[in-house]
Every structure is written in C-alpha cells, then in structure tokens.
Design a protein around this ligand. Structure first.
Ligand code: ADP
Length: 536
C-alpha cells in the first residue's frame, strides 16, 4: 500500500492488486467498528455488579480461569479485532489508573457506541457526535464533584475503609461465594478479608503524604486450607522449610545471612585430576573439605548470623553439620541478592527479622517459612488459602481490587454512591444541560445521558429485576426527592438508598470511567477508513 498525492495535493491510497487489501470506508467503517466494540461490551455486561455472572476461560494450554473481573476476562480472551483490542486497552487503563471499575468502563463505552450508532443512522456526522460526547462527559464529571461526599476515616477509625473493601469484595468473589454455598459463610470470610486488605494498605501507607505503595504488598496463595485461614503476614513468606527437621522452628530477633553464592566447598574442576590411591589421601581430602565448610559456618557465626538462607542447595553432610553447629538454614530460596560472594559477608549485610518461624499446615504437613517484622522493609504479605487454584486466583484478583479501593480512598477521600445512583444522577444533569445547546450536539448530549443509564439497566438486569421499570422508578425518585443516592437494590436489601446500603465508589474512579470511555468512543468514531489485509 502506498500513499500518493494528486495534482491538488489531496492524498490518495494506491493499493497494489497482488496485495489484496480490503478497505471499508465512511459510515460502513464506523458501523463495523461500533459493532466490534459493542460485541466486547456485551460479553462483559452480564458480569457487572454484585449479581454479575462469571466467565470461564480456557487458555490454549488448558489452564482454566473463572472470573468476573472485566480486565482479566478481556486479557484472556485473546481478541484479534483491532477495535476489540482498544476496548481491552480501555479496561486495562482503568485497571492501571484506578484498579477498580474495569467492567463498568467497558459497559459504559459499549452504551456510548450503541447510542452513536443510532445517531449515525439519523445522519448526524461522527465528528458532531464526538463533540457532543465530549461536552456531555465534562458536564457529567463536573456533576460528580457536586454530588461527591467526603469519606471519613483515620488510623484509629478504620471501620469505614473495611466496609468499603467489603463492598468491593462482594461484587468480585462470586466464585468463592458459590463454593462456600451459604451466605453466612461468605459474610464470615468477607469481613476478615476486607480487614486484612485494609491493614495491609495502612501498614504500607504514608497518611501524611497520602501515598500508598502497593508494590510493598505481596499477595501469595497456596492451595489447601480454607479461605478463612487467609492471613496477613507482616513480612514475607517463603515456600520452603528449614533444611533439617531438628533445626528450631522459631527464631526470634533473627540475623539472616542471605547467600547467593554456593554454601559448600569448591568442587574440583573436571579439568584437574586428583589422584586418590590411598585411604590416607582420601581421608585428608575429606578432612580438608570438612574444614572448609566448617570455616564457612564459623564465618557466618562470627558475623552474628542466626539463620542462613541460601539460593543454592547443600548436601546432607553439610546439612548435618549445620544442625550440629546450631546454625539453622534454608536452601533453594530464589530472590534475594545480598551476599553474592562469601568473602563479602559482614555483620551489616545481615538481614534482620523480629521473628522467623516455620509453619506447617493441616494434615499435608506442608511447611512454609514466615519472615516477619523485618528491620528495613515494610513489606507485608497477604497469604491466601483455599480449596483450589482457581478460587485462590480469583481471591487474589478480588483482593487486588480491594487494595486499590483502599489506596484510592487514602489518596483522595471523595466518594460517590454506587449501584448506578451516581450515573443516574449524572444522566439527569446531562439531560437537563442538553436543552441549552442549540446545535446538533444536543442530540449527542442526550444520547450520552441515555448511555449513562445503561449501567443501572445492566445492574438491574443482572439482578433479575425489570430493567426499564426499575430505572424509571429510581430516576423519578431521584428527581422528586432531589437526592442522588437512589440506585439499584441489587441484593434485594429492601432500600435503594445506596448511602444506607453503604455502597459507594471513589470519585476519581467514577470520573476516570466516564473520561476513559468517552475518549475511546471518540477515537472509534473518528476512524472512517479501515484498510486491512483481505485474509484478515
Ligand atoms: P467493576 O469491575 O466495574 O468494578 P463490578 O462487577 O465490581 O464491576 O460491579 C461494580 C458495579 O456494581 C458498580 O456500579 C457498583 O456500584 C455496583 N455494586 C456493587 N455492589 C453493589 C450492591 N451491593 N448493590 C448495588 N450495586 C452494587
């Protein structure tokens, strides 16, 4: 394909005949793109909200994921349509910036595309639609500021944060919930998991600077046990045990030598020849080797180490010696890079941990090492237990979302209420504003208001409610009582006041959803020429 210019400087595209490209232009291009985007949104729609469905995805190598997390579903779907990829990217951006609302943002974009399609059919130019959407999104984002409220919490009052994380977990952990069967069980788990998430975030947060470094929170999982056994470790966990069963299971105030160099006498190189023809010679060599290792152990003890963590293994003889010399050790531990050469071992290089303990689990006697209260690291680990891998993976994703929500609240404590209530309130505001625009844009602005309703419609549909009736009832209630807190009572609690239900989302998260969805839809509308290889 080549781009050329005619005598008036207008560009045109030369397609070589052999190259066999297909080309879709103008309104056809927009329609094709819109339907691709809508298709992706339709898949996620049924996963939205506390009653959303899960998707089961199988990877080419047979791994199965069951999830209702938008970003994960799209990530694993392996779409090859370019517009569908944009939607995947959209969900990923929301995940990256906010960490929550990844399904909602795609549902919103899908609704905007659907509305755009209708406007295109009525002959409105895509650029005018894009402009109208832009104006409407600004109105909506501003309106969110008006209805936002401050969310109060502090280091001594973490209950509000815990409640929020519980809301997030409840719309996420569907699979765990189904496996636990009774709701009583679910609630029993949700609370501790929410508390763990909040405590983890607070322990790595800088409340003064309103900053949280989520990288310091490791989320690990191990199959076995029950979800209730999930715990927060103020340090790290290592899936290893002490190298010898008779070594102590608990070391307080541990000074740890982390060795990335081999912890054994140097092996004779294959090129060298060692002649061992007498028993004496063999004995001497053996003694030399033993002495060498003994010296190494002594060196560790001299610098004050009370535990050795080795990246490599050592043989049983060495192990025995370590046990005798009272130096507990762990072998085959990946990661750390502190003492790469044995000669460099100094007291300053030792890691310090308030407590190192070996923990064994249930009947399987699986052992793990907990290294807690490390002197120069605030890292914490959320250690998830559960009956199977899929459940653990989904719990990990849910906890990730809960951590993000808590982080977002620490960064900015403004919130809007959920259950579609904020969207409905924005929809009313945008609809009202539309009348002030004299141009064609007002159609697009009204269409935007309708698209905002789609979140509530999806929530109602997924909860088995009559979508249109429910929405119109809630909308008129909001207008009548001038109260933006009415939404969809998905869980049939008996009130649709989301403030009473304590269902809310962060202001920045909701604003980001609207901005990102608008942005991607504008981008799709502006494409009027799709050129691709014909076998595509
Ligand atoms: P996302 O990936 O977009 O966060 P979710 O499946 O978590 O998708 O659904 C979030 C939506 O569900 C939000 O609109 C939120 O307000 C709503 N929601 C969550 N919990 C409830 C609830 N208990 N009642 C009503 N709506 C809820």
């Amino acid at each position: 394909m080549a781009l050329a210019f005619d005598e008036y400087g207008r560009p045109f595209i030369i397609l070589k005949e052999q190259e066999q490209k297909t080309r879709v232009r103008g309104i056809e291009a927009q329609k094709a793109n819109i339907s691709a985007g809508k298709a992706v949104a339709r898949i996620l729609r049924t996963s939205l909200g506390p009653k959303g469905m899960d998707k089961m995805l199988q990877s080419p190598d047979g791994d199965v994921t069951i999830t209702n997390d938008g970003a994960t579903i799209l990530e694993q779907m392996d779409v090859d349509n370019q517009i569908a990829k944009l939607m995947v990217e959209l969900s990923r951006s929301q995940d990256y910036e906010i960490g929550d609302g990844t399904t909602g943002v795609v549902v919103m974009a899908g609704a905007l595309l659907e509305q755009a399609e209708r406007l295109l059919e009525r002959g409105i130019h895509p650029i005018r639609i894009a402009e109208g959407y832009e104006m409407a999104s600004r109105i909506a984002v501003e309106h969110l500021e008006h209805i936002a409220q401050k969310f109060d919490f502090g280091p001594t009052n973490i209950e509000p944060l815990v409640q929020t994380c519980m809301t997030t977990l409840s719309s996420k952990m569907q699979i765990a919930i189904h496996m636990l069967v009774s709701t009583e069980n679910v609630n029993r788990c949700k609370r501790p998991l929410a508390e763990i998430s909040v405590k983890a975030v607070l322990s790595v947060a800088d409340l003064e600077r309103k900053d949280v470094n989520l990288d310091l929170i490791k989320v690990e999982g191990k199959v076995g046990g029950k979800l209730e056994d999930t715990e927060l470790v103020y340090g790290i966990t290592v899936d290893k045990d002490m190298s010898h069963p008779q070594m102590p299971k608990k070391i307080e105030d541990a000074k740890i030598a982390i060795l990335t160099c081999p912890f054994e006498p140097p092996k004779p190189k294959t090129k060298h020849k060692v002649d061992i023809d007498t028993v004496e010679k063999f004995q001497t060599l053996r003694q030399q080797e033993q002495k060498y290792f003994d010296d190494m152990v002594q060196k560790c003890k001299d610098v004050g180490a009370t535990l050795v963590i080795c990246q490599w293994g050592f043989d049983d003889e060495a192990n025995h010696l370590l046990m005798h010399r009272n130096l507990p050790a762990v072998r085959w531990v990946g990661g750390g890079r502190i003492v790469p050469r044995f000669q460099e071992l100094t007291p300053e290089k030792l890691g310090r941990a308030g407590l190192v303990r070996e923990k064994s689990f249930g009947t399987t006697k699986d052992k793990m090492l907990y290294i807690e209260h490390c002197a120069n690291s605030r890292a914490v680990t959320i250690f998830i237990r559960g009956g199977n891998k899929m459940m653990i993976e989904e719990t990990k994703r849910s906890i990730h979302d809960a951590l993000c929500v808590a982080r977002n609240l620490i960064r900015n404590n403004s919130i809007v209420y959920g259950g579609g209530s904020a969207e409905i309130s924005c929809s009313i505001a945008v609809e009202a504003a539309a009348d002030e625009y004299p141009g064609v844009e007002q159609y697009a602005i009204r269409a935007f208001a309708d698209a905002l309703d789609s979140v509530s419609i999806a929530l109602a549909e997924n909860s088995g409610l009559q979508p249109i009736e429910t929405l119109s009832a809630v909308k008129s209630q909001q207008i009548k009582e001038n109260n933006p807190h009415f939404g969809i009572d998905c869980n049939d609690v008996g009130t649709n006041d989301m403030r009473e239900q304590n269902v809310f989302e962060t202001l920045i998260g909701k604003q980001q959803q609207i901005l990102l969805a608008t942005q991607v839809v504008k981008m799709i509308l502006k494409i009027d020429d799709v050129i691709s290889p014909s076998d595509y």
